[in-house]
Structure formats: structure tokens, C-alpha cells
Design a protein around this ligand. Structure first.
Ligand code: NUP
Length: 215
């Protein structure tokens, strides 16, 4: 297997069960840059799953909590999550720079500037320009942008400071295509159901990994 520097695939591990999560992460790890955990897995298996996933895969762990609270509460949550071993936390930007700053003070942060589902057009997309400004000001590790709308990823790339990574969920089950969104300027694709709900998660991850190499 090649080194992790050419990997641009992030597994969204949205299952509840600890055993199943560890099994899927272990068998796909060769093709991943990182593993993303979200509320379903944390609620189903507890926060310790972050530590265990790190041990089993040796990969960075992204905690997709989409923090959206006052600075103090964001800080209280983020400190426990970083303590558990998370390398990155995803936070919402619409709550304001002080709330995001509280997370950034504790560790590497990814700010949501636009979401991938249809409803994102109602409230988030109209605020995307401001959320990009916020990211340019705070310079987080990265931002979340929609793989379901490659043209929006191009737009976000054109406005975003170079060096800030773009991570894009929405490939596969939500209709986005890896090649399209990587060509549009995404650095990483985030894929959940197309891998963990497939008959052969390792094979699905390998195929997606191969797609990212061709771009
Ligand atoms: O805009 C977003 N869209 C999205 O799907 C921001 C996210 N963080 N996600 C997450 O990415 C979502 O919660 C899930 O964990 C993953 C996509 O999973 P799937 O649609 O590939 O199964």
C-alpha cells in the first residue's frame, strides 16, 4: 500500500455498534486519509470509540459534532473530545467567530461553510460568503463544502485562502461524484453509506481510492 500522503478519502463511520465500527475501519484503513465519527457512533458506542479507532487504524480521527453553541459550551465539549484523541473537530460557523475561536483554541478545527443536503439552500447557502470570510479570518485547518454541488466547491475554492483545505461530504449516497468534486477543487472526499453499507466495504473503499488517484 502507498503512504497516506496520496490519500484523499475520509470514511464517515455512521454505524452505532462498536464491533462493526472497528471491523469496517480496520478493513478499509489502507485506503483512507482519516476516519470521521459522528453522533450516531458516539451515541451508540461512547466517546472511547475515538481512542479505539485511532489504535486500530493509526489514522487521524475527525469528530463531526458540528458544534453550534456558545463559546463556553463549545469549549467544554471540544476539550473532552480532543482529550479522547480526536485530531480534528467540525464546528458550525453561523454561531459566530467567538464560538469557533473557542474550539480553535483547543485543537485543529473544520468549519462548515455549506452543507450537502437540499435544505442547505434555505439558510446556509445564503450565508456561505460570510462563512468563507470567517474561515479566511480564523484560518482553520479546513472547511466543509458540498460534494453534491461541485460548482459551489469551485466557487468556495476561488474565495478561500490557499492552504485552507476543502472537505466534501455527499459523494455516493447523496448523489455527488468523487471525480467531479475533486476536479472542482476539493482536497478530500467524505464517504459514508457507499462504503459502510456496501456488501464489501474494503472493495468499495479501494474503488473510491482509485477514483481519487485518477484526478
Ligand atoms: O454538509 C454535510 N453533509 C454531510 O453529509 C456535512 C456533513 N458533516 N455531512 C456528514 O457526512 C453526514 O453527517 C455523514 O456523516 C457524512 C455523509 O455520509 P453519506 O451520505 O456518505 O452516508
Amino acid at each position: 500500500m502507498s503512504g497516506s500522503e496520496d490519500r484523499r478519502l475520509i470514511l464517515a463511520l455512521d454505524v452505532y455498534e462498536r464491533e462493526r465500527a472497528l471491523e469496517i475501519a480496520e478493513c478499509t484503513a489502507d485506503y483512507l486519509w482519516a476516519v470521521k465519527v459522528n453522533w450516531p457512533l458516539i451515541i451508540g458506542s461512547g466517546l472511547e470509540i475515538i481512542t479505539e479507532l485511532k489504535q486500530v487504524t493509526g489514522l487521524p480521527i475527525i469528530a463531526d459534532l458540528k458544534l453550534a453553541d456558545i463559546p463556553n459550551t463549545n469549549r467544554l465539549i471540544a476539550s473532552k473530545v480532543f482529550e479522547a484523541g480526536a485530531d480534528y473537530i467540525i464546528a458550525h460557523g453561523f454561531v459566530g467567530s467567538d464560538s469557533v475561536d473557542a474550539v480553535m483554541g483547543l485543537g485543529k478545527t473544520i468549519i462548515v461553510v455549506e452543507m450537502s443536503h437540499p435544505g442547505a439552500k434555505e439558510f446556509i447557502q445564503p450565508a456561505t460568503d460570510k462563512l468563507i470570510e470567517l474561515a479566511n479570518e480564523l484560518e482553520p485547518f479546513g472547511v466543509i463544502a458540498p460534494a453534491t454541488r461541485p460548482e459551489r466547491v469551485s466557487y468556495i475554492r476561488s474565495k478561500l485562502k490557499p492552504g485552507i483545505k476543502i472537505l466534501t461530504p455527499g459523494v455516493g449516497a447523496q448523489g455527488g461524484r468523487a471525480g467531479d468534486v475533486l476536479k472542482a477543487g476539493a482536497d478530500y472526499i467524505i464517504v459514508g453509506r457507499s462504503i459502510y453499507a456496501s456488501e464489501n466495504p474494503r472493495k468499495s473503499a479501494r474503488m473510491l481510492y482509485a477514483e481519487t488517484l485518477g484526478v
